[in-house]
Design a protein around this ligand. Sequence first.
Ligand code: HEC
Ligand code: HEC
Length: 203
Amino acid sequence: MAERSGKYRSQGIFLAAALLVASSLQALAQVPPPVSAKLRERIEVCKTCHGADGNSQMEKIPSLAGQPEYFLLNQLVLMREGVRPVKEMAEFVKDLTDEDIQSLSAYFSKLVPILTGPKPDPALVAKGKPVAEKLLCVSCHGKKLEGVEQIPRLSGQRIDYMIAAMRAYRMDKRPGADTTMSAAIASASDGDLVALAHYAASR
Ligand code: HEC
Ligand code: HEC
């Protein structure tokens, strides 16, 4: 496990993490982090798109509930720094401090994930299973596809969002600190991606 995460953590991940080291040390000294009135306001803004309970009711917008804290933190830093530009979110992330990002990540990681959006189609779930096994999704995303450290939860994530995300990886339109995901699905057809999303969401 240590070996795997060491291997797949790219330099960019370390950079993102380094930006937060100072505030992590501060956070250790004051557990749990206080949620200020300003942060509560920000959380309300996030929920207008990502769902009142962190589970998104909007097409192609991901749920954040139950994502690994480190994944959320990492993506928010990448978005703030413009490495993963998300135009819908730009104005909401540009002023976030490292502390805000830490508190937001801690908050959303503790909410309970519930599958929203399209329901898994049993035929596609059955089609996706052997593809997922062949392409070793669990080796990075965890035994139950629940996410590990900087790697996202797939179980309970919206199917439409995951299909869009995988297509974006395949077209090199999802920039980030980690390119392992594009390689993982390089051999999959578009039909495979759809089946994989149904399978992963249903775990
Ligand atoms: C106007 C709608 C909107 C608002 C408000 C918004 N987001 Fe997002 N967010 C999105 C969209 C759309 C995406 C997916 C972008 C993509 O397809 O890559 C996203 C993606 C994310 C992701 C990446 C999740 C993943 O699984 O890859 C995180 C983390 C995130 N948002 C956190 C937040 C937080 C925290 C806030 C509040 C400060 C927030 N968002 C406010 C629309 C929004
Ligand atoms: C070698 C490790 C690895 C393997 C194998 C792998 N992934 Fe990933 N996956 C990642 C990483 C790392 C990310 C986040 C990358 C980033 O920062 O954008 C990711 C992101 C994703 C996302 C985006 C989720 C989100 O919330 O934004 C989806 C969907 C996904 N993977 C599906 C799969 C499926 C399905 C499989 C099996 C076919 C798979 N992955 C195999 C490492 C992997």
